[in-house]
Ligand binder design. Structure first.
Ligand code: AMP
Length: 395
C-alpha cells in the first residue's frame, strides 16, 4: 500500500480527497472537528515535504448551491486545527480555481468549495474528474468515510494518476486496522454486533462468521433472535420478517463453530422513554406491554467474561438505548470490558456511527486500540465488499 510516506512532494501540487463532512450548528460553526483532525497527519506530511495541498471534500447533501453547505464555514476551524492558514476558493473546478491553484506556493493549503455543488461528483462523471485531476501533480485519497462511493473525486479521478496516486495516512490506517480483525486477528476473535435492526447487519454477520470464534449479539436486534427461538419479548423491537434469517444465522454459526452469545436478561420498560417504569426480566419472558431497552446484569457479566477471554475484539452497535441514561449501563459495561481487555493486551476495534458515539460519550475512546472514522465504509468492508475508493488506488 503506497502512502504519502513513500513520495517526495517537493514543489508538487497534491490534490487530497478529505472527509470534511463535519457537523455545523445554527451559527455555521463546526461542532465536532474529529474528521479534520483525522486528516491532519496526511496534510502536514505533504507540507513538511515542501509540497502544497489542494483539499477537496463534500459537505452534506446540497440540492443546488445552498449556502449552508458551503465549505467556507469550515475554513476557520480547519486553520486552527491544522495550524496553517487555509485559503478558500468558491468553486472546485473552473477558471477561478485554476488561478488560485497557480498562485499556491509550497507549504500552503487551498480548500476547494463543496464537490457536491456539482451533480457530476456523485454521478462519477469522467469529464468532471478530469477537470479536478488537471489541477494537481499527485492524487491522495484520505477520505475513508466516502471510500465506499464510486464518485468522481473518490474513485474515477484516480485513473488520471496511473503512477502519482497513493493512500493518505488515515485511509491506510483504517484499512490496516480492519485487516487486523479480518485477516490477522489473534484468536479468540470476538465480534459484538448490536444496534437497532438485524436487517442492516445480516451481511456483516454472515461475512465475519468465517473469521471469528465468538459472536455477541445485543441491542434491539437481539429480540428478533429471541422471538424466533420461541421467546416472549413483549413489545420489544422485532423484525417479524427477519426471524428466519436470525435462525439461519444461528445455524451457520453452529456449523462454523462460532459460539453465539445472546442476552439472557434485559432491562425492560413500559414505554420508550427515560422516564418509563423499569424492571429486570428474563429476555424470553418479557410481559406484554413491556419492552427490552438494555441488557440486564447477568448478560453484562457473561458478555464481559467472553470479552475478557478474547484477544481480538470488534464492536459495532450499542447493546441498549444508550442515548437514555436509564438504558446505558449495558453499553457502558461492555465498553469498560473492552477497555480492560485492551489494557490486558487484546486488540480492539470500535466502528460504526453509534458505537463510536457511545465510546466517546463514555470517554472510552482512548482506551480501545482503534476507533474507525467511517460508518458505512467500515460496514461495507466488514461485509467483504471491495470499496471503489480503495480499489482505485490499487489499480
Ligand atoms: P444501529 O444504527 O443499527 O447501530 O442502531 C443504533 C441504535 O440502536 C441506537 O440509537 C440505540 O438506541 C438503538 N437500540 C439499541 N438497543 C435497542 C433496543 N433494545 N431497542 C430499541 N433500540 C435499541
Amino acid at each position: 500500500m503506497k502512502t504519502v510516506n513513500d513520495i517526495d512532494f517537493k514543489d508538487k501540487k497534491v490534490l487530497i480527497r478529505v472527509d470534511f463532512n463535519v457537523p455545523l450548528n445554527a451559527k455555521m460553526e463546526v461542532t465536532d472537528d474529529t474528521r479534520i483532525r483525522a486528516a491532519k497527519p496526511t496534510i502536514i506530511s505533504v507540507l513538511e515535504k515542501e509540497g502544497s495541498c489542494i483539499l477537496m471534500s463534500h459537505l452534506g447533501r446540497p440540492k443546488n448551491r445552498e449556502e449552508e453547505f458551503s465549505l467556507k464555514h469550515i475554513v476557520k476551524c480547519a486553520t486552527e486545527v491544522l495550524g496553517v492558514q487555509v485559503k478558500f476558493v468558491e468553486d472546485c473546478v473552473g477558471e477561478k480555481v485554476e488561478e488560485a491553484v497557480a498562485e499556491l506556493q509550497p507549504g500552503e493549503i487551498l480548500l476547494l468549495e463543496n464537490l457536491r455543488y456539482h451533480e457530476e461528483e456523485k454521478l462519477g462523471d469522467w469529464e468532471f474528474a478530469k477537470k479536478l485531476a488537471d489541477l494537481a501533480d499527485y492524487y491522495v485519497n484520505d477520505a475513508f468515510g466516502t471510500a465506499h462511493r464510486a464518485h468522481a473525486s473518490t474513485a474515477v479521478i484516480a485513473d488520471f494518476f496511473p503512477e502519482n496516486k497513493c493512500f493518505g495516512l488515515l485511509l491506510a490506517s483504517e484499512v490496516e486496522n480492519l485487516n487486523k480483525v479480518l485477516t490477522t486477528g489473534q484468536p479468540p476473535v470476538t465480534a459484538i454486533i448490536g444496534g437497532a435492526k438485524v436487517s442492516s447487519k445480516i451481511t456483516v454477520i454472515e461475512n465475519i462468521l468465517d473469521k471469528i470464534d465468538h459472536l455477541i449479539i445485543g441491542g434491539g436486534m437481539a429480540f428478533t433472535f429471541i422471538k424466533a427461538q420461541g421467546g416472549a419479548v413483549g413489545s420489544s423491537l422485532v423484525e417479524e420478517d427477519k426471524q428466519d434469517v436470525a435462525l439461519d444465522i444461528l445455524k451457520q454459526a453452529k456449523a462454523k463453530n462460532v459460539e453465539v452469545h445472546l442476552p439472557s436478561d434485559a432491562i425492560i420498560a413500559d414505554s420508550f422513554s427515560n422516564e418509563a417504569a423499569t424492571d429486570i426480566a428474563a429476555v424470553n419472558n418479557i410481559p406484554n406491554g413491556w419492552m427490552g431497552l438494555d441488557t440486564g446484569p447477568e448478560t453484562n457479566r457473561v458478555f464481559a467474561d467472553v470479552i475478557g477471554r478474547s484477544q481480538t475484539i470488534l464492536w459495532n452497535g450499542p447493546v441498549g438505548v444508550f442515548e437514555m441514561e436509564n438504558f446505558a449501563q449495558g453499553t457502558i459495561k461492555l465498553g469498560l470490558a473492552i477497555a480492560e481487555a485492551t489494557e490486558n493486551g487484546a486488540y480492539s476495534l470500535v466502528g460504526g456511527g453509534d458505537s463510536v458515539a457511545a465510546v466517546k460519550r463514555f470517554q472510552l475512546d482512548d482506551r480501545v486500540s482503534y476507533v474507525s472514522t467511517g460508518g458505512g465504509a467500515m460496514l461495507e468492508m466488514l461485509e467483504g465488499k471491495q470499496l471503489p475508493g480503495i480499489d482505485a488506488l490499487l489499480k
